[in-house]
Design a protein around this ligand. Sequence first.
Ligand code: KIV
Ligand code: ZN
Length: 511
Amino acid sequence: MSDKLIIFDTTLRDGEQSPGASMTKEEKLRIARQLEKLGVDVIEAGFAAASPGDAEAIRSIAQVVEHSTVCSLARANEKDVRAAGEAIKPARSGRIHTFIATSPIHMEKKLRMAPDEVVERAVAAVKLALEYTDDVEFSAEDAVRSEMDFLVRIFDAVIQAGATTLNVPDTVGYSIPALWGERIRQLIERVPGSDKVIWSTHCHNDLGMASANSLAAVMNGARQVECTINGLGERAGNASLEEVVMAVKTRRDVFACDTRIDTTQIVPTSKLVSSITGYPVQPNKAIVGANAFAHESGIHQDGVLKHRETYEIMRAEDVGWATNKLTLGKLSGRNAFRTRLQELDIVLESEEALNAAFARFKDLADRKSEIFDEDLQALVNEEVVTNVSEHYRLVSMRAHSETGELPMASVVLSVGGKEHSAEAQGGGPVDATFKAIEQVVRSDTELLLYSVNNITSGTDAQGEVTVRLSKGGRVVNGQGADTDIVVASAKAYLNALNKLHSGSERAHPQV
Ligand code: KIV
Ligand code: ZN
């Protein structure tokens, strides 16, 4: 059996199915580039048939990604498979991932198909996919509740049709490690030709066991794990990439395989995904939570100081927790700025964008004595990530809080190039600011989420704000960063409004 474990990342597909996490094409591209840098083997970039926006995002990712396979999901029907095949065409290495449900409940109640028809559809989809690429994956949706004999039959049929990867999903997060491992073992043992394909697993986290189940599958012969950054995904999410990768790396004695992930890119990738999707990472989350390497009790601190391995099984720096690296200061020039961006692999499309980012850097350096890599990332985020035309722009604002008084804010906004001003009172300065913005914009949106994270430590740190707005079934996330969190909030709110205005957000893949 191969000692290579294939890491199939589905943050941009299953992850995007988290409510409110739908991303613009530019955001997906940014994450795809980072996933490539992280070293994932396969990037599931989307579900081409879901919408023209999804197909376009997959195509764009296929055009730029060189070192990972780019994959599109497709239901087992002609329209979906052709859409996936067209979307992955520009890829150096492209995969079609086709699926159909195989459990009695799904076949009867959802598909309303007899088992024979399900097998026929699966075989036809795999054959059609092979017209576009020789890298074809087949998934038996809801394999966890499927009958073993039927799974053996359908997997046998798709291997004969030419599928090269067979994925066994626990679609509803129902399994437990011992049973899931056993299911994978039996399938590999019983399906004819199973040694010619890669066995894969895709586990959901409804009972909190997605990573454990995936690892049990690996111990029983699976050589591909489908996972997401931060465990993002439908409902309670998917197996989290960082947990699976670090378990395999840390317990080499247990798992007879390894990945090609550059683990030092794990934390930067986690931060990027969290900031783009607006899904914060819980502080006690394994590997990527802010407290994952923090030792609070005196006994632990004492032990770690004497000998780190007394309480640490991994090194924080191995997963990319850099001790905030001081990068630049007030006196740093344009060249130093450009060089550091290059070292961080931040690509600014034009000299103009560099100049604008440098101006923001100088402005930030006036207010914050030490500028860290994370500050630079946030600074160029506004320039690069959103790439949304600025119909609404913050010209200036004032917010005022005083004990015993109602907070108030006044804003001057540019709307389509014309300046408007307004002022409002609110429950707090952020509330007052949003109300003042709304007096000008009258967007008729609903605020679904407001969250603030500090980018680095210290009270002069930049706050990064995420705002999620919904209007007429469309949901967008906006981001803004500033040392003043009220200003960051205004920027985030306007960023979300700009996305709604430009229509750059895409539909939820399942709508
Ligand atoms: O959870 C699931 O079954 C899926 C399939 C499409 C692989 O996401
Ligand atoms: Zn899934």
